[in-house]
Design a protein around this ligand. Sequence first.
Ligand code: 9MJ
Length: 675
Amino acid sequence: MAKRTAQAGAAARAAELREQITQHNYRYHVLDSPEISDAAYDRLMVELNGIEAEHPELITPDSPTQRVGATPIGELVAVVHSKPMLSLDNAFTDEDVTNFDRRVRERLEDVASVEYAAEPKLDGLAVSFRYENGLLVQAATRGDGLRGEDVTHNVRTIKTVPVRLRGEAPELLEVRGEVFMTIAGFKAMNEQALARGERTFVNPRNTAAGSIRQLDPRQTANKPLDVFFYSVGEVRGWKLPARHSEALAQLREWGLKVSPLLKVVQGAAGCLAYYRDIGARRAKLPYEIDGVVYKVDQLAQQRELGFVARAPRWALAHKFPAHEENTIVRDIEFQVGRTGALTPVARLEPVFVGGVTVSNATLHNMDEVQRKDVRIGDTVVLRRAGDVIPEIVKVIIERRPGNARAVELPTQCPVCQSDVEKVADEAVARCTGGLFCPAQRKEALRHFASRRALDIEGLGTKLIDQLVDTDQVHTPADLYKLTLEQLTELERMGEKSAAKLLEALNASKTTTLGRFLYALGIRDVGEATAAALASYFGQLDKLVAASEEQIQQVPDIGPVVAAHVRHFFAQAHNREVIDALRTQGVNWPAQPQRTQTGEGALTGKTFVITGTLDSMSRDEAGDRITAAGGKVTGSVSKKTSYVVVGAEPGSKAQKAQELGIEILDEAGLLKLLAG
Ligand code: 9MJ
């Protein structure tokens, strides 16, 4: 009896958890407005997993724990689409759009102006999703539009695809959407591939397509895939509304994610204004789009217009300038970075791609050059998407000229002629010249003066180049010895700007220990690590004298970074530069030493930051909050102590107001940080 009751209790709790998790998924993924923190969500999942592990008989196919199947499938099975999946006619010019609108109006009788549902055109792959009585039963790729492949096992792993619809679902709902990979997810995958010495992925589109066609769903489950639903296919048990935009609004109610940029516009003029608006926002979107789509909004009008071949007369894809173009590699040179790393850079025949003219592309390292087999003289596919740096995708081998020339890693640094060293297991090669190498010196000075280091305003790249090339500055300490006469003799430097620079140099002398450590440019010591070192040791002399083991006591610092830090301070010339800087007056306030981070003025407080801050980036604000013992999370919940609101805040500010959570502006945050 007791057992039966326990069983019933577990079943009820599992059902309750499933409902809660499904609701939180909807708020997070579809409405973009989560109600609980990620950690609280994780706890619900852990609890459900626990119940299901103890009572496997309670597992349901639509349980949020059941997204990833454990066994690979043998092969992808063909699926015949019950209604063909259409393609879209393309437009490239404004005139193409006005002609399209004119044709639509001519075919529709008694219509002076047509309303269009406009939305971005995602560059992913089209997938059909079949829901029976609210349950996802099949997902299939578009294929040739008539037949695709069954990819249900993989589509189930995409968190934004509901396995069960919310509310009253129709008997049958077949919807279409675009599965895509976010740019951030794609970049992260490529960084991992580079770090492992593996081949990089070509673009988010191909990577998404490859992930969806995997045989093993466990391989798909860890890929950053997402979806927007954009049309309705076969339906039973639902009377479609009058408009396409209304149908999409109902899809959203059912928990299917629809583009938040969907807009109903009026006539060709409305379409073109929308095209320009989205074009201006394109580089900032977190995913790739290759145009916008216009669809006649009234479904009765769509039916009247009908189809030609495989494309509807009522829809049009208006394309943006291409992301990929062909060009020729004129040369491959090696640049020397701050840490001496030699980076091969392709000098290209200038080409207009993704909205800008590109004449250089990094090849990252020699492994990458060899993998892609890029040679001087080759014709290559160049890609520039969003604000991503331009990249050579591949060589067009058929166009390789007879005199194409492969490059080799130089044995001598191209700048200072010191030996180049390549560590066996690392992809990078380094110049061994250290600060003797002018290229490394310039980069080190640039870093020292940068905004998040000593923040020397007006000391730009050109100026540093001149100061190093004319042998006036060797180390950062030399910067503080510059005189007005020296500066006014430089190119393009009037007395006024020289005086201003001296003022900026003087102002930069008062800094913090964290910034100073970051400015030194120690390998692998970024802002966060520098801040951690500063708060752990409190005083520079203690850090300089610390052993590797002691440095490893700092939270989040491992043996590799500790070795770099120790190595840096062990070198006499580095200690000399530090002494010289202090002699020149570089100083920082004493910092209370904290042997354990997580203890400070903000201990126990949880922060959410939204919008742009003036005096620091969000990352920097996060670091400072963490250094003071506080915690930063991504979503607002009842447990949030403060929401810091900068310029152009997101929905989180509103959420904070709704929950009655204290809102801070930047000044308020600075005040709290100051204790
Ligand atoms: C994309 N790719 O974003 C359609 N699409 O409609 C949108 N594709 C489409 N609609 C009918 N937003 C066929 C394809």
